[in-house]
Design a protein around this ligand. Structure first.
Ligand SMILES: [Zn+2]
Ligand SMILES: [Zn+2]
Length: 259
């Protein structure tokens, strides 16, 4: 039984890790920008040293393995030992609903864990590594310590047990999170007018401000918790509108007032 569980754990970890790695590298390659002269850089005139870029990539390769392992532990407990709630029967409605529920649940988990990691007690020993790259680049997304992942990414283990969600939907959600996270660290506002404030969807500017101003903008998917708890940076909406205008995105009104 233990051997069977171990084989299942390895058999799940390997493909999940491969998927996460390929998503990280494909998205990073497409959205990487470290040219300080680029006009659409959010932090204009700044670049990350090649040494720090390399450090972020190496740390991300390690970090993604720990995320794949946590995902697979949750999956093994669910699929082999039948711990947790049985997933809803598959239908278009249940897939869409469970994806949205997982988005809200993860957003809540990450927001509060992230705030905890910014406390005086936990920041230096656990979360500081993620904030060493300024400006962040796409490769910085998973530059996290193992303990940091235990706080922020253990959702992917626990969600198997506390939500009636298919593991496939959960994996698709994690891949979505990986893509949006890598783009969110790219330093260039790739979001469209769909993020125009007060849209609840976060943008690249949102997380770029987290790295710049530190104690603000904690959530990964939505701006709701930050707005509700007063942790959205005071310049967020105005700066995001300006960055969207500079990108000349079709749905960002040219002469829209900030008022
Ligand atoms: Zn942080
Ligand atoms: Zn970050």
């Amino acid at each position: 039984m233990i051997l069977g569980a171990a084989l299942q754990l390895i058999g799940t970890t390997a493909p999940v890790y491969a998927l996460l790695l390929s998503t990280y590298f494909a998205t990073g390659w497409l959205s990487f920008c470290n040219d300080p002269a680029r006009a659409d850089k959010i932090q204009k005139g700044r670049a990350l040293s090649a040494e720090k870029v390399r450090r972020d990539i190496l740390q991300s390769i390690r970090s993604l393995f720990s995320i794949a392992l946590m995902f697979s532990i949750g999956h093994t407990l669910y699929a082999r030992f039948h711990i947790g709630f049985t997933a809803w029967p598959t239908s278009i409605f249940s897939v869409i609903l469970s994806f949205l529920i997982s988005m809200v649940a993860y957003d809540t988990w990450f927001y509060w864990m992230h705030r905890l990691l910014h406390s005086k007690l936990l920041y230096r020993p656990i979360h500081r590594l993620h904030h060493l790259s300024l400006p962040s680049v796409a490769w910085s997304n998973n530059s996290d310590a193992l303990l940091d992942n235990l706080f922020l990414q253990s959702y992917w283990m626990v969600a198997h047990l506390i939500l009636p969600i298919s593991p496939v939907v959960l994996l698709v959600h994690k891949l979505y999170d990986e893509i949006s996270g890598v783009i969110g660290h790219s330093g260039v506002e790739h979001a469209g007018g769909i993020c125009w404030p007060p849209s609840p969807l976060i943008s690249v500017t949102h997380h770029d401000q987290h790295h710049r101003f530190f104690n603000c903008n904690y959530a990964p998917h939505f701006t709701l918790w930050d707005r509700l708890m007063g942790t959205l940076h005071h310049s967020h909406d105005a700066e995001l509108k300006e960055n969207l205008r500079q990108r000349r995105l079709p749905s960002a009104p040219e002469n829209h007032s900030d008022a």
